[in-house]
Design a protein. Structure first.
Lengths: 121, 371
């Protein structure tokens, strides 16, 4: 699993990357009450806002950590947005993206680097 | 968590931090937006039990003078000359064009003039406006040495009355100066959640002790500004700086109950010409309550469209209702579209979503009108 400074995680299976937000991000957001996932077929570029997560208090963008084409969105988050809090790094995934350029994945932080980054916040 | 030295603190700030609150800047103060329980749980706890709020950032003052009640009527549209001892009334400071400078509570807890509570973010300007307008008629004593806490929810009355038996004799909008918790208090039966409860003004030096005494009761939990906002929104209550500002009149805001009949006839308050005209002919825009029927919550600034897709208004505050489990909002629309049941759209991130005008409040008030 790799991580971004915007607190997204990416897990690679072949050339398909599953993307979500980290436990830290979910804790900071508080209770998630609405999630807008990207449409299947959408082309995303690394750094684009590609999903939205809303708590009682505010709406926050989720940025695509890597470029590619959205091939699947988590269907459970529509009825159960709280899954993002309950299981941010597993059941609470947002979307699967067919990777355009694996070097973007390789450039992301590994868990040790991400945890070191969290210590600086 | 970083502590911004430029922000003011309340007598309870250290206690909030010790309880693990997430502190944010608000109205020039560092204030708890939520405690570890989280906004959603804090909201529901208040609706089911009793929530305790630190609202010490709000401005408390005494107005004293030869006839402070009649003087006060020069800056507000409410009937204060007729205000009986032991009562408070919601009103608003108006500018000369009938716009709202701030909304406020003013009451008579005792015979010591008028006790006024205004919004924290507006307080310096408010007291300057009152001082400028009423120079020579009233003297303002700002009560900077007092904290203010609110306890709200269906179990709040029982909690408070265990400490303050005299508070049981009070009904909604009653206010009394009384001894309690070994100190001097100003207690009103009012709040900003739609629930029954009390607001308690306490000397700053006694605030931590009183706060912790109330929190010793298992029915009481501390509640942050996040849930305070979602609770007031469900109660359909406006928030100054969002739903109300210097361009908005009480008629547009749906607050005509605060423009008393005798004052309408006398037309002797700031902006009376506009307000009386709007009362007779209707305002240019009307505040409505919207339920978002599908999709994301519509937040402040979201456009409101009619069914044909024409943009006709704007959301002034909106969010997620933990009780209704969906989006709710206060919005301005043309008066022709204000009837309950009117179908509208809210535009969230470019997408029109169905919404409907509903009656205010979203969640029924539970004020205790007879003690």
């Amino acid at each position: 699993m790799r991580f971004t400074k915007d607190h997204e995680w990416v897990e690679l299976d072949g050339d398909v990357a599953t993307v979500g937000i980290t436990a830290y991000a979910a804790e900071q957001l508080g209770d998630v009450v609405f999630v807008e996932t990207p449409d299947v077929g959408k082309a995303v570029k690394a750094g684009d806002a590609f999903a939205v997560v809303e708590s009682v208090k505010a709406a926050s963008d989720v940025y695509a950590p890597i470029s590619g084409e959205v091939v699947e969105a988590n269907p459970e988050l529509g009825d159960a947005p709280e899954t993002v809090n309950a299981s941010p790094e597993q059941g609470g995934w947002f979307a699967k993206v067919k990777l355009a350029d694996k070097s973007e994945y390789d450039a992301l932080m590994d868990r040790a680097a991400y945890e070191a980054f969290l210590q600086t916040l | 968590m970083a502590h911004d030295e430029t922000l003011k603190t309340t007598p309870l700030t250290d206690d909030h931090i010790a309880r693990g609150a997430r502190m944010v800047p608000f109205a020039g103060y560092t204030m708890p937006v939520q405690y570890p329980m989280g906004v959603l749980a804090e909201h529901l706890w208040t609706r089911e039990h009793a929530g305790l709020f630190d609202v010490s950032h709000m401005g408390q003052a005494r107005l004293r003078g030869v006839s402070p009640l009649s003087a006060f009527e020069e800056v507000v549209p409410g009937d204060y000359i007729g205000l009986k001892p032991g009562k408070q009334k919601y009103s608003m400071l108006l500018n000369r064009t009938g716009g709202i400078v701030d909304d406020l509570m003013a009451g008579r807890p005792d015979d010591d003039g008028l006790f006024v509570i205004v919004n924290g973010a507006c307080k310096d300007n408010d007291f300057k406006v009152i001082d400028d307008e009423l120079a020579g008629q009233v003297e303002i004593e700002r009560l900077e040495n007092r904290a203010l806490m609110a306890i709200q929810g269906p179990e709040a009355a029982a909690v408070v009355q265990a400490h303050l038996p005299a508070a049981a004799e009070m009904a909604f909008m009653d206010i009394r100066a009384m001894p309690g918790f070994g100190t001097d208090l100003i207690v009103s039966r009012s709040g900003y959640t739609g629930e029954d409860g009390y607001e308690i003004s306490v000397p700053a030096a006694e605030a931590v002790r009183v706060w912790n005494l109330l929190l010793e009761d298992a029915r009481v939990r501390p509640i942050g500004l996040g849930a305070r906002d979602s609770l007031r929104l469900e109660a359909g209550l406006p928030l100054y700086g969002h739903d109300l500002d210097e361009t908005v009149s009480p008629v547009e805001a749906g607050l005509t109950f605060a423009v008393n009949r005798n004052r309408r006839e006398q037309r002797d308050f700031p902006g009376a010409a506009r307000i009386v005209k709007e009362l007779a002919e209707g305002p240019a825009r009307a505040k409505v309550c919207l339920r978002v029927l599908e999709g994301a919550p519509a937040r402040e600034g979201a456009e409101v469209a009619d069914e044909a897709g024409n943009v006709v208004g704007v959301v002034t505050s909106g969010g997620y209702s933990p009780v209704l489990k969906g989006g709710i909002a206060l919005a301005f629309v043309p008066p022709a579209l204000k009837a309950v049941g009117t179908k509208l759209k809210v535009i969230v991130r470019g997408k029109p979503q169905p919404a409907e005008v509903v009656a205010s409040p979203f969640v029924p008030h539970r004020y205790v009108r007879k003690a």
